[in-house]
Design a protein around this ligand. Structure first.
Ligand code: ADP
Length: 170
């Protein structure tokens, strides 16, 4: 069995993440998308909310599981018996950080955990969770950024209902 883990904050998940998930799911027998419970960050969505959102967004993919973890990624991989980590690359700015993390994980795991990078589809190259939050907090249109069922959930976090009403009237 070829299995992989796609870890991340997913706060919130975007269509860019979903694109990576769909492509990675075709390459592996099972793909575990796992929300990092990072106590240092104060997230918009709780870990449980992010897990539920990812489950809903990936319901059409039979070989995708959603989970969460805290602590070292290599310990989590060991627990699952997984040797491949998926990460997405959007721009050269992602590369330096991702390269360092991938090399650290390979070193710490004594070569047991490798990282596989998928380059972003061009239409999502500009997308990030932080830009979604920034647009949404001012009531901007995020319909091109996140799955349809998630749009209002993001606005709700900022107490924005106007966009919903506008949508309903069109
Ligand atoms: P983290 O906080 O771990 O970087 P993110 O949720 O921001 O978590 O991202 C998880 C992974 O998804 C990272 O590898 C990131 O580069 C990738 N990613 C984020 N946005 C996109 C996108 N628009 N296209 C492709 N990959 C992306």
């Amino acid at each position: 069995m070829k299995n992989a883990v796609y870890p991340g904050s997913f706060d919130p998940m975007t269509l860019g993440h979903l694109d990576v998930i769909e492509r990675a799911a075709k390459m592996f027998d099972t793909l575990t998308v796992s929300v990092l419970n990072n106590k240092a960050k104060s997230p918009l969505f709780s870990v449980e909310e992010r897990v539920n959102i990812l489950q809903e967004a990936t319901a059409h993919l039979d070989n995708v599981k959603v989970d969460s973890f805290s602590g070292l990624l290599i310990d989590y991989c060991k627990k699952l018996g997984v040797h491949v980590v998926i990460r997405g690359l959007r721009a050269i700015t992602d590369f330096e950080y991702e390269l360092q993390v991938a090399q650290t994980n390979r070193k710490l795991s004594n070569g047991d955990v490798d990282t596989l990078f998928l380059t972003t589809s061009l239409e999502y190259a500009y997308l990030s969770s932080s830009s979604v939050k920034e647009i949404a907090c001012f009531g901007g249109d995020i319909r091109q950024c996140v799955p349809a069922f998630l749009v209002q959930k993001v606005y709700d976090k900022f107490g924005i209902t106007a966009f919903k009403q506008e949508q309903q009237n069109t």
